[in-house]
Design a binder for this molecule. Structure first.
Ligand code: SF4
Length: 277
């Protein structure tokens, strides 16, 4: 049934209203990975606002990120005054300066991540990669909630949704949704589902996880359930499920009106026949 949901999703039309559209528009791979870091890190809140804030940050830089970051003081000056939710311009400047430095050192951000993944679990590899970026740009020395939240530590056990979203974009091959610049570096079978609140609730409704909150462990459970359908690429179901949840306005309870036409209703726990006692 999830395969049918995927097949019926108009991915082409929906991508235009998704932050991945920003990354898809960048052809040069090194610039694309920096834009992906920026867009995924700011992917917090309303989609229209995210798209405009990423555009605002790039416009302030006045040049491709890869070029602008050769002059860190200039990046900090240009992003001063930028704000999105709890993120300030200095947080975003430290993020981009760090990412560009790691990129120059390793040749590509994807190569730096793949090197960690060669010897560590996904969670630890991602954490080491985050440490690299935070240390290189000084994000780890900034005070305030934005600096901590912008690039979180996966070791803490949260869902790390925005980091896993970045991996999905970069690792899954270029198709209707993702961009695949890191396809040759990381197998899709190593990815975990980026579990935001909406997808977590939908996953609970489908019985894909029994966890109480959208944690790293919950992402592992949901991914394992999806791997039963496609062990080589379980995260392929992220985009269709995410957009199904948004389009349906899933109420996470039995609701005749809002559940009308929901493609996963036969699997939904709220619509299972009551067991006889
Ligand atoms: S049937 Fe209703 S509650 Fe269940 S997943 Fe669909 S929209 Fe959500």
């Amino acid at each position: 049934m999830l395969t049918a949901v995927e097949a019926s999703t108009d991915a082409g039309a929906r991508v235009a209203r998704d932050p991945v559209s920003i990354v898809r528009a960048v052809e040069e791979p090194l610039e694309a990975e920096l834009v992906a870091v920026l867009a995924s890190s700011l992917a917090f809140g309303n989609v229209a606002t995210i798209l405009s804030k990423v555009a605002d940050a790039r416009a302030r830089l006045g040049a491709p990120i890869v070029v602008a970051c050769a002059h860190p003081a200039d990046v900090r000056r240009r992003l001063a005054g930028f704000k999105h939710r709890l993120y300030r311009g200095e947080d975003v400047a430290a993020l981009l300066i760090g990412a560009a430095r790691v990129q120059r050192r390793a040749g590509a951000l994807g190569a730096a991540f793949a090197e960690h993944l060669r010897v560590a679990s996904l969670q630890e590899a991602l954490a080491r990669w985050v440490d690299d970026l935070r240390g290189a740009g000084g994000l780890d020395r900034l005070r305030g909630p934005g600096a901590r939240h912008l690039l979180p530590d996966p070791r803490v056990g949260g869902s790390s949704k925005r980091l896993l979203l970045l991996l999905r974009w970069m690792v899954r091959p270029r198709g209707e949704t993702d961009v695949g610049h890191w396809s040759h570096l990381v197998p899709t079978s190593r990815l975990l589902i980026p579990l935001d609140t909406h997808l977590f609730k939908l996953s609970k409704n489908l019985g894909l996880t029994s966890r109480a909150s959208p944690s790293w462990r919950a992402a592992e459970e949901v991914t394992a359930a999806l791997a039963a359908l496609d062990p080589g690429d379980p995260v392929r179901f992220d985009f269709p499920l995410c957009h199904l949840g948004m389009a349906q306005g899933c109420p996470s309870r039995r609701d005749d009106e809002r559940c009308e036409g929901c493609k996963v209703r036969p699997l939904c726990v709220h619509w299972q026949p009551a067991r006889s006692k």
